[in-house]
Design a protein around this ligand. Structure first.
Ligand code: FRU
Length: 507
């Protein structure tokens, strides 16, 4: 038997702890690791779940598989933040159990203790999620997804599953999932918005435990290229008037292929959602925003977060320690364009707190091509670029490296669309259609134009015309990008150019 002296034991312990230390400082530094977006320290992540604000803390739970970098038996991972930008990963909140995997869902602060889960005046946090029974799925049953509850009395640190789960049983619909719950003050009841295959079904409850079906919406309207998932229902103000926004994620069938987020505008009376029209509207036209929903308990401020990937290739992207990340949290508002109403998205203002050495320039001439470093000094990633134009013009921003790999983000004035071209962006062969250009219409009819880009190590999010057109896109250059060039017809004037480096949220 191996005998260790006291001395060698000390050496062994010391070297183990220094290995551990080194591992910590190495993490969040791997190739492609997002520096200003949430991603788990390791392993697989998909949808954001249970987003709730409570006592100064933003909670983000997420679809998580801690044993692999590909999708598997789902848990709810957990992260917390005081500012929506810096995240601290917490222990896993919910583990699979005899009723199945823990699929997507929401969380609420049950202030009035309607559920009775509260104790000694502590309002419970209640999570409402889908139990997905893989055995039932294998047997080709049609009732393997059911809605269940768990609650926490210590601000989300530990969770107790409700003994009488599930609370909403499947009536025989194969896709019956992703409950998003909110308190409908006008009628003092909870409303659950549930994705039920090709439509949304609304339920109500006095106590989160017993649910009554109210109505259905959407079988005949909107995009139906795939199954409806991860809905959300909330109101936004439009000049003092309440407009209800129904978010419905869809996979596949998005405007640029695969997964995407559509929404409807209308009225909600506690029973029915009635849409103003049958138009299909997309919250984000890029291929890489999905399963996005809003935080609960943030008052009138509506903060949206999506998963920054696409089911077409989420399991294949070439990262090693972890797979996938979230978008930048975005604040949603309404805006009028001609006779239409749009939901706009802009990065939350808190993002400005990680701005470093901002440079702001007026009247910049772009004579065909301009290396931005000649104006702002050496560029680095992550960064934020804001461009203001006197009028809409053909324009491109090119991110590149010394291997001539590039991502081009731009506007085509004759076609009136924005685009992101990742055809030559580096590693693309893990999925046949990854190398492609994606398009988004310009909605604004303003005579001026603006574009704001949030650029991380392996993603870009474009917010054009104050968030009327949005695109999120990921990419994987073989070597990090280190140049940013602007390209436009000869003598194009940029009214304003703002450039800021952004500080990593991890280091
Ligand atoms: C959406 C989704 C949800 C489901 C979860 C499973 O991306 O398919 O409908 O609850 O992912 O991980």
């Amino acid at each position: 038997m191996l005998k260790l002296s006291y001395f060698s034991l000390i050496i062994l312990l010391f070297s183990c702890s220094s290995i551990k230390k080194q591992r910590n400082s190495d993490s969040y530094n791997e190739p492609y690791r997002p520096q200003i977006h949430f991603s788990p320290k390791e392993k697989w992540v998909n949808d954001p779940n249970g987003m709730v604000y409570s006592n100064g803390i933003y909670h983000l739970f997420f679809q998580y598989y801690p044993d692999s970098t590909v999708w598997g038996p789902m848990h709810w991972g957990h992260a917390t933040s005081k500012d929506l930008i810096h995240w601290q990963q917490q222990p896993i909140a919910l583990y699979p159990d005899s009723l199945g995997y823990i699929f997507s869902g929401s969380a609420v602060v049950d202030d009035n203790n309607t559920s009775g889960f509260g104790k000694n005046g502590v309002a419970p946090l209640v999570a409402i999620f889908t139990h997905h029974d893989p055995a039932g799925e294998k047997q080709k049953r049609n009732d393997f997804q059911n809605q269940s509850l768990a609650y926490s009395l210590d601000e989300g640190k530990t969770w107790i599953k409700y003994a009488k789960n599930p609370v909403l049983k499947n009536p025989g619909i194969t896709d019956f999932r992703d409950p998003k719950v909110f308190w409908y003050e006008a009628q003092k009841k909870w409303i659950m918005t549930l994705a039920t295959k090709d439509r949304i079904t609304f339920y109500s409850s006095p106590d989160l435990k017993s649910w009554t079906k109210e109505s259905e919406f959407g079988k005949e309207v909107g995009a139906h290229g795939g199954v409806w998932e991860c809905p959300d229902l909330f109101a936004l103000e439009d000049n003092g008037k309440k407009v209800w926004v129904l978010i419905v994620n869809l996979n596949p069938g998005g405007p640029n292929g695969g997964s995407a987020t559509q929404y409807f505008l209308g009225d909600f009376d506690g029973k029915n959602f009635t849409s103003y029209d049958t138009k299909t509207r997309w919250l984000d036209y890029g291929p890489d925003e999905y399963a996005g929903v809003t935080w609960s308990n943030t008052g009138d401020r509506k903060i949206f977060l999506g998963w920054m990937s696409n089911w077409l290739y989420a399991n294949l992207v070439p990262t090693v320690a972890w797979r996938n990340a979230m978008t930048i949290p975005r604040e949603l508002k309404l805006s009028h364009v001609q006779n239409d109403l749009l939901v706009t998205s802009l990065p939350v203002a808190e993002l400005d707190n990680i701005r470093l050495n901002s440079v702001s320039l007026d009247n910049v001439e772009v004579n065909k091509k301009l290396d931005i470093s000649s104006k702002v000094g050496q560029v680095s990633f992550p960064c934020k670029i804001e461009l203001n134009f006197d009028k809409p013009v053909d324009f491109s921003i090119i991110l590149s490296n010394d291997l001539n790999e590039e991502v081009i983000i731009g506007f085509d004035n004759s076609k009136k669309h924005f685009f992101i071209d990742r055809t030559h962006s580096g590693k693309t062969d893990f999925y046949k259609d990854f190398a492609a250009t994606h398009f988004a219409p310009r909605f604004s009819d303003s005579s001026t134009m603006n574009m704001s880009l949030i650029i991380d190590v392996s993603s870009v999010e474009l917010f054009a015309d104050n968030g009327k057109t949005v695109m999120s896109e990921i990419y994987f250059p073989s070597q990090p990008f280190n140049h940013i060039n602007l390209q436009a017809p000869a003598s194009t004037q940029l009214k304003k150019l703002n450039y800021s480096n952004l500080r990593s949220i991890w280091h």
